[in-house]
Design a protein around this ligand. Structure first.
Ligand code: ADP
Length: 402
């Protein structure tokens, strides 16, 4: 019997999200989340999808090792233990793979060392991802562990898009360049959009708008990324839930020199207290729309700034691609917020872009078109599935290596 199960782990600094999938039919067997690791009030939420009710554990979970052990116990209780011979591999989301990792990679000591070397450019994410991998290795040393990098899909960007216009030697010494993030989602959604159009990925040019709490746009030509809006870190680009996105870099000098803020304070301001939350106090698009409906001017302005930036990127990537076959919306806001989709494309009929009001209002979990029949450029809503993409890539690679 061949092993067909893949465990996908997304390890954050104080959380672990997991899914167990059966790749023989791409079905999900269990999903769950451990949060507040290291605190007194840790919580594990486990949802078996093969039958049975959702379960919750509360109380201290000291570290990632304890978290993964608890996950293994929950899975074992469903008859899906991680010691099972059916488990083919463990796939890990790794945020920063730098220039080096252009594809998913089976983890060995050299790979771990390289992920560690990238910590200075991903200080929040890579240490947690490493801990996740090491913990999983200890649990099942015999299994292939596969690292799937958020940056990998963007490594096809040409130098003209990947470099900042700063001194080359300084940039290279400190590895300052545009890496891009959300790559697993951009890869999955651009491929699914081609499928929705009934074409091969190589045949279509797509602008993907991943609008979650973090948000990024990408220009994908024939299945390959040629530009994306996030840069050295996920701070660049679109207005996000709590991040500013693009700004004049001199704002930072100004805040330091004139405002007296420290580098850490500015970092926190731009990453955690800016974007929608900085503009109006809310980062949930549902709440912002509710406030707008009540006539709240601050929420209206935050929405307008969000849309203005989004529209600028759509125009920019239209120019980068030259010919656009589809614009695809994905992630929490992109999949659910019809007013965002409508406003972002309003007035772009001359570019062949339009949204059908009725189609846009329909909710659903399946990829769908929301452009009118006559539109030259199709507009799609494509629910992203980063876990399935990680599992697919992990299984493809681990299969070869088994
Ligand atoms: P992330 O993975 O970056 O945390 P998600 O892709 O889950 O984010 O998106 C979360 C965001 O999606 C929320 O902050 C909220 O703004 C938005 N969102 C979720 N559901 C809806 C909805 N029904 N209508 C509008 N926005 C929504």
């Amino acid at each position: 019997m061949t092993a067909t199960r893949v465990l996908v782990l997304n390890s954050g600094s104080s959380s672990v999200k997991y899914q167990l999938l059966d790749m023989s039919d791409r079905s999900r067997l269990a999903v769950g989340l451990v949060e507040r690791i290291g605190e007194e009030t840790s919580r594990l939420k486990h949802t078996p999808l093969t039958g049975g009710d959702e379960r919750e554990r509360t109380g201290p979970i000291a570290d990632h090792e304890a978290a993964l052990k608890a996950v293994a116990e929950e899975l074992a209780a469903d008859g899906l233990g991680l010691d099972s011979p059916d488990l083919a591999a463990i796939g890990h989301r790794v945020v920063h793979g730098g220039k080096h990792f252009t594809a998913p990679t089976v983890v060995d000591d050299a790979v771990l060392a390289e992920i560690e070397r990238l910590i200075p450019v991903a200080p929040l994410h890579n240490p947690a991802n490493l801990t996740g991998i090491r913990t999983a290795q200890a649990l099942r040393p015999d299994l292939p562990q596969v690292a799937v990098f958020d940056t990998a899909f963007h490594t096809t960007m040409p130098e003209s898009a990947a470099r900042y216009a700063i001194d080359v030697e300084t940039a290279d010494r400190h590895r300052v360049r545009r890496y891009g993030f959300h790559g697993t989602s951009h890869a999955y959604v651009s491929r699914a959009t081609a499928e929705l159009l009934g074409k091969a990925p190589e045949e279509v040019n797509v602008i993907v708008l991943h609008l979650g709490n973090g948000a990024s746009a990408s220009a994908v030509r024939g299945g390959k990324c040629v530009d994306t809006s996030m840069g050295l870190t996920p701070l660049e680009g679109l207005v996000m839930g709590t991040r500013s996105g693009d700004l004049d870099p001199a704002v930072i000098f100004h805040l330091a020199r004139v405002g007296g803020l420290s580098v850490d304070e500015i970092d926190s301001l731009l990453n955690k207290k800016s974007g929608l939350v900085g503009l109006c106090g809310d980062n949930d698009m549902r709440e912002i729309r509710r406030r707008i409906d009540e006539g709240d001017e601050q929420a209206r302005l935050a929405f307008d700034i969000y849309i203005h930036r989004l529209k600028k990127y759509i125009g920019a990537y239209y120019a980068v691609l030259g010919r656009v076959d589809a614009v695809a919306f994905t992630a929490g806001v992109g999949e659910n917020a019809a007013p965002v989709r409508e406003a972002a494309l309003a007035g772009l009929e001359e570019l062949g872009l339009a949204v059908d009001g009725d189609l846009n209002a329909v909710r659903g979990d399946e990829p769908r078109l929301i452009s009118p029949e006559y539109a030259r450029v199709k507009v799609a809503v494509v629910p992203t599935d980063e876990e399935l993409e990680i599992a697919t890539q992990t299984y493809a690679l681990a299969g070869k290596n088994n």
